[in-house]
Design a protein around this ligand. Sequence first.
Ligand code: PEP
Length: 250
Amino acid sequence: MRRAFIAGNWKMYKTPTEAKAFARELRSALADVKDRDILVGVSFVNIAGVVEELKGSQIWVAAQNMYYEKEGAFTGEVSPVQLKDAGVTHVILGHSERRHIFGETDEMINKKVRAALDHGLLPILCVGELLEEREKGETEKVCKHQVVEAYKGLSREEALKVTIAYEPVWAIGTGKTATPEDANQVHAFIRKVLAELYDQDVAEKTCIQYGGSVKPENIDALMAQEHIDGALVGGASLKLDSFVRIVRFQ
Ligand code: PEP
């Protein structure tokens, strides 16, 4: 009943010229794929060109971050209102690189989720544990905390607009993937947290993507799991053949 949702996160790769050309290729390579949702998350400077290239296609464009204020003296930041006007539909929030390199806190992420929804953007909320947390058996505790904090103050209707990406930090960009069964267990646990916060319906309707070294070789096994509804793909989304194969998972 949940629609598959494959998202590419281009991180800080591709110039505006390269991003436009890649978006054009992607559009034509995926033109016939209509039974699943597809998105690319691009750098701020690439938004205009990529939105233009993908206009009228079924591929959505996301920003990879934003600030939570509507406007103001926040030099270097980008607001939800600016993003909306630029044509993005989604925004990736709480990515582990934002949390761990740029020091984003759960409180900031909650404000960003709130602001995205207030301005008509759909959040893709990233959660996931560090290696040492996994080794201490704290995966569930960490994921629960991140979900509970990020959803603070959201109504049931707002909660239904959020996609969660479970991304174990030790699997991002490392070539190590959680086994499909391990990932599925965490996804099922996150669904339980949503049922506690809201109800079973929200838990069952929420799309939960897996992220962390997803590639053509492991996407089919991941997507075969009951609670894995999609993928947030970093490195492998930068190459046409690999991203197309991931989107076309079987
Ligand atoms: C990501 O950027 O969210 C990610 C999961 O990266 P990678 O697929 O390269 O591990």
